[in-house]
Design a protein around this ligand. Structure first.
Ligand code: HEM
Length: 183
């Protein structure tokens, strides 16, 4: 994944726990060099190894680490570096999520050959929303859950994730998140 993702993970660990804890994460992950360039693409394996090592060192499970990372990505990295882009993408959760594929498309001129996920969003009756997440990658559902929680907080639209439904595919991920918006 692009270096910007690995750097965000590093920021989350160093801001919360200090440089020396991040040092332990790198050793555990077997990643000798953390001078990631934001605009360079790195092997996905590096991101996965850093996420697993972070959970190990922090003594939490991998899903909790990925969930926290999803929140950090929205609350810190996007808020700090991409605020204008995020603002222009929508002013409600539904509008924002509906424009998320267009947002990822728009930045494909910056992140050449990157492989962003796809989202399909539907507003359902009874304050429910369905968000399908489609990716050629695996294991990132908890990251997406953290992203959705942080977005709902950003838009001040409280919700709970009622269910995460696996729409099995041969390779990659296709998951449906069932959201209950609280009004
Ligand atoms: C300005 C805002 C954003 C930027 C600049 C951005 C950029 C990126 C980049 C560079 C990647 C790595 C893909 C690769 O290296 O192949 C990525 C992946 C991803 N993005 Fe975004 N993104 C933004 C907003 C969001 C938001 C708001 C969500 C919320 C749902 C999101 C969901 C994801 C997910 C889940 C991935 C992981 C890749 C996968 O699942 O296959 N992104 N994004």
């Amino acid at each position: 994944m692009y270096g910007v993702i690995n750097k965000s993970l590093r920021d989350m660990v160093t801001e919360g726990h200090g440089e020396s804890v991040w040092g332990q994460v790198m050793v555990k992950a077997g990643v000798p060099n953390d001078s990631f360039l934001s605009m360079r693409s790195y092997d996905d394996e590096i991101t996965y190894r850093l996420a697993v090592a972070s959970s190990d060192v922090l003594g939490i499970d991998v899903d909790s680490a990925l969930h926290a990372f999803g929140k950090h990505w929205v609350n810190h990295t996007l808020a700090r570096d991409y605020d204008a882009l995020v603002r222009s993408t929508g002013s409600t959760m539904l509008e924002f999520l509906n424009n998320l594929n267009a947002l990822h498309d728009r930045i494909s001129t910056t992140f050449l050959d990157y492989q962003p996920p796809e989202f399909r969003v539907s507003a359902l009756k009874n304050s429910r929303m369905s968000v399908e997440y489609i990716s050629h990658r695996e294991g990132l559902n908890s990251f997406v859950a953290g992203l959705l929680v942080a977005l709902s907080e950003r838009f001040n639209e409280p919700m709970t994730i009622k269910d995460i439904e696996d729409l099995s595919v041969d390779a990659g991920t296709h998951t449906r998140f069932h959201l209950l918006m609280e009004d």
